[in-house]
Write a protein that binds this ligand. Structure first.
Ligand SMILES: CC(=O)SCCNC(=O)CCNC(=O)[C@H](O)C(C)(C)COP(=O)(O)OP(=O)(O)OC[C@H]1O[C@@H](n2cnc3c(N)ncnc32)[C@H](O)[C@@H]1OP(=O)(O)O
Length: 431
């Protein structure tokens, strides 16, 4: 592990945990569960974790405590895929389970583990790393910027009426038994490849999702409903739990929507219409929804949908500036010299980003030319801010006004034109 110069005691040791080594995994799970305010690991939770972390990199920091070897800090990373604008999925380093026992916090353990992993990912050829931040102030110093946002919403069923010009709900709906996830996985995979911010869900993710019960994707009262188009091809699903808050004889149930994915407007409408029409239920509550949800546009009374709060979700860390800028496609045109500054010294670079309409694909997205240069920059920005704007979810104009990127208003506007996307980046997948 690279020495970051941060203060640590000499007896601290770093190991990589083999997910199949049950006792090593148990020791690793203790600080991670303690730090996330969870109970001690049970055999069930270890079974679950063991399946989920196959192929993942599990870092453990050990200390000698009261004469015993104990794991005091953890980091889990794994190879995944993130969809970037106009170009589909690219390989990314996904970072998770960054935990340090309260007895060992603020001694630089997270800094050492994370910096070492980012160096490893960059050497392995990854242009991007992603994580979900437990707290917003932690990861900017490591070069991560908030790249996608999600919102919660409440749908008041009594006020739901679809506009006559809304896409018709054709096709059919059916309940899917627990354990049968192949068609759901296919729908999700098609959807996540299209939308910036989408993240791969692997076979282990779906295998875990197929098991219903307390603390799982769906609880014991959970249901999944699948939509098929008129040819019988799956094109959407909704996964939800229910609760019943009725007092006396007045029905007052709630749908807690865990996941709704559709690849066609017709399936999307059919699924929401289905949820809003379940007997004995008055509201649907959902979280992790896109900030530009289509639903209000389909309703005669758009205020039937109350949205908020909006929270950051995926944080993006650029590890290779030319590689990251060249990985996505652009709808605007222009030429800008960007100087990207990296406090960790991993990815800083000055590049010319050139996008011209002649290089347009059939779908309108333009393939850029990205070259390193010594020319004077139009825009100077920290690598975290590049992560924030790369998927189109944060406006460079706002960052310039906030003093976070150094550019004239015109240069910030030009960068905003290049980075803009028709849909907001969105990721409904916790990792
Ligand atoms: C991707 C994920 O897994 S997100 C989950 C993060 N984990 C949690 O929230 C679980 C509870 N918290 C913890 O386990 C730990 O406190 C961690 C992992 C957040 C931080 O670990 P530490 O080893 O204490 O961090 P470390 O000592 O390397 O701190 C590095 C810097 O980040 C800052 N920092 C660390 N945590 C926080 C925080 N929660 N809020 C603000 N700043 C923070 C430190 O002050 C330090 O700054 P400095 O260099 O200017 O002094």
């Amino acid at each position: 592990m690279q020495d970051t110069g941060l203060p640590t005691r000499p007896e601290l040791r770093v190991t990589q945990v083999d997910p199949d080594d049950r006792e090593a995994l148990r020791a690793w799970a203790v600080p991670s569960r303690t730090s996330f305010l969870e109970s001690a690991p049970t055999e069930d939770s270890l079974d679950e974790r063991q399946r989920m972390v196959q192929g993942h990199r599990l870092t453990a920091v050990h200390d000698t405590v009261a004469g015993e070897d104990r794991v005091v800090a953890t980091l889990r990373t794994f190879d995944s895929e993130l969809t970037v604008p106009g170009a589909g999925p690219v390989d990314v380093d996904a970072v998770s389970t960054a935990t340090v026992l309260p007895t060992h916090r603020r001694r630089g353990l997270l800094s050492r583990m994370l910096t070492a992993d980012l160096e490893r990912a960059r050497a392995a050829g990854h242009a991007l790393a992603v994580l979900i931040a437990a707290e917003a102030p932690i990861y900017g110093r490591f070069g991560f910027g908030a790249a996608t946002r999600s919102t919660s919403l409440v749908l008041d069923h009594a006020r739901v009426a679809f506009r006559p010009d809304a896409p018709a709900a054709t096709g059919s709906l059916e309940f899917v038994p627990a354990g049968r996830t192949d068609e759901l996985a296919a729908v999700h995979d098609a959807a996540r490849r299209r939308r910036p911010g989408g993240l791969l869900r692997d076979a282990a993710w779906w295998e875990a999702a197929g098991r219903r019960g307390e603390g799982r994707w769906l609880g014991p009262r959970g249901h999944v409903v699948l939509h098929r188009d008129e040819d019988g091809t799956p094109d959407g699903y909704a996964a939800y739990d229910v609760s019943d808050e009725s007092v006396g004889r007045v029905p007052n149930g709630t749908v807690h929507l865990r996941d709704l994915t559709a690849t066609t407007p017709s399936a999307y409408r059919a699924l929401w219409e289905f949820l809003a029409s379940i007997d004995l239920v008055r509201v649907t509550r959902a979280s992790d929804r896109p900030v530009d949800e289509l639903l209000p546009h389909l309703l005669l009374d758009p205020r039937a949908v109350q949205t908020g709060p909006v929270d950051d979700f995926v944080w993006l860390r650029v590890l290779d500036v030319p590689g990251a800028l060249a990985a996505r496609r652009y709808l605007g045109c222009g030429t800008l010299v960007l100087r990207v500054e990296d406090p960790l010294g991993l990815a800083g670079a000055t590049v010319r980003l050139h996008v011209e309409a002649q290089r347009c694909g059939a779908d309108g997205w333009v393939c850029p030319e990205v070259t390193t240069t010594d020319d004077a920059p139009d825009v100077v920005l920290p690598v975290a801010e590049l992560g924030s704007v790369l998927l189109g979810g944060t406006s460079p104009v706002a960052l310039q006004r906030a003093g976070r990127i150094d550019a004239t208003p015109a240069a910030a506007q030009a960068l905003a034109t290049l980075m803009a996307t028709p849909e907001q980046p969105w990721c409904p997948t916790w990792f």
